[in-house]
Design a protein. Structure first.
Ligand code: PLP
Length: 382
């Protein structure tokens, strides 16, 4: 029997013990955590839409119209007009034939990967892929190959050396703990060349990147033919909840039949879909949110470089500060909190040993004073 007490104790000793903090406010540039108001540099609400009054209104109106519970899975009686309209809008948003809603991004990834690849296939994944993509690959029972981060030569060689007919290449578009963007153009070309499916998880790009928030593929001008399986989540840049997969008519019909995390689960509440429709419209129309983010990102990076902090090659709102040891990461995280700033402290096993980091995320609601205040305290805490 697993000795869970010893396991917990070991975690504590290695500075890897995780604790939840209780928030009593909505998400925003500032949050109240454990009764204390803190500047929030830890959420993925990049566009500042999670508590937007029009999104909240749409949610309430949705609840008035549809009630709270969706009552059943999509294939039974849970698929409302709100879900359906949102799917059509997401397909149009991403330039795909169709889109399919899932209740969470984790489930979308698990469901799509296991449906698209079986025991006889091979899954190729970037070593820094999100846990849900890794789990999908493992759960599929396919042969599982991880390639070093964005190592295209290695991926190409691995694809070349396989005789299996079924291949699936899977990548994050924006890597969630590093903030860098995958070379999607090269991934698309390599996958095509070797007759492999390409699946791209754009959890941190949809809404945030691209002229109108269409997501990472827009940066490379890539369409459905290049990225046949496009996945994005709705709980980050879009500020609500859920996820979707977009692609061809046939892909979506196939997933409706085969993706077990779609078939065997209750549909998200219709009111969430209504809130998301409003939120996506705001994200698309309000370009200033993306423009403001760009300005804040430059300001943060410039200031951090002046302080001699170790940044990563990221042009996205995810701006990690590399610290190395988990203990140092915790120390600085705590010092920041004492001064009124909340940042993520990311330690193994989420990231590799010796690469513990502060995961600082910027959002359109932050002011320049928030950024300058954080930099000031960071400089002193080091
Ligand atoms: C957050 C995240 C997910 C999971 O999405 P949820 O909707 O939170 O389940 C999947 N992939 C990536 C890259 C993520 O960052």
């Amino acid at each position: 029997m697993l000795d869970i007490r010893a396991a917990l104790q070991a975690r504590r000793e290695q500075f890897l013990y995780r604790q939840r903090r209780i928030t009593t406010s909505p998400q925003g540039a500032e949050v109240v955590i454990d009764g204390v108001r803190l500047v929030n540099f830890a959420s993925n609400d990049y566009l500042g839409l999670a508590n937007h009054p029009e999104v909240v209104r749409a949610f309430k109106d949705g609840a008035d119209r549809y009630g709270v519970g969706s009552g059943a899975a999509h294939l039974i009686v849970g698929h409302s007009q709100a879900h359906h309209a949102l799917e059509e809008e997401l397909a149009a948003a991403t330039g795909r034939e169709r889109a399919l809603l899932f209740s969470t991004g984790y489930m979308a990834n698990l469901g799509a990967i296991t449906a698209l690849i079986g025991r006889k296939g091979v899954v190729y994944e970037d070593r820094l892929n999100h846990a849900s993509l890794i789990d999908g690959g493992l759960f599929s029972g396919a042969r599982f190959k991880r390639f070093p981060h964005v190592d295209m030569a290695r991926l190409s060689a691995d694809l070349e050396s396989s005789n299996e007919p079924d291949k699936l290449v899977v990548t994050d578009a924006v890597f969630s703990m590093d903030g860098d963007i995958a070379p999607l153009d090269q991934l698309a070309a390599t996958s095509k060349q070797h007759n492999a499916w390409l699946m791209v998880d754009d959890a941190h790009g949809f809404g945030v990147l691209g002229e109108k928030g269409e997501g990472s593929p827009a940066l490379f001008d890539l369409g459905q033919d290049d990225i046949p399986v496009y996945m994005a989540t709705l709980g980050k840049g879009i500020g609500t909840f859920g996820a979707f997969i977009a692609g061809s008519e046939e892909l979506i019909e196939f997933l409706i039949q085969e993706a077990r995390t779609y078939v065997y689960t209750t549909a998200m509440p219709a009111a969430i879909a209504e809130a998301t429709r409003k939120s996506w419209r705001l994200a698309q129309a309000e370009n200033w949110r993306r423009e403001k983010l760009k300005g804040l990102i430059s300001r943060f990076r410039y200031g951090a470089e002046q302080l001699g902090l170790e940044l990563m090659l990221s042009q996205t709102p995810i701006q990690p500060v590399l610290l190395g040891e988990a203990s140092e990461c915790l120390r600085i995280g705590n010092a920041l909190r004492e001064k009124g700033f909340y940042v993520g402290t990311v330690r193994p096993p989420t990231v590799a040993k010796g690469t513990a980091r502060l995961r600082i995320t910027l959002c359109a609601d932050h002011s320049e004073a928030h950024i300058d205040g954080l930099l000031d305290v960071l400089g002193k805490a080091r």
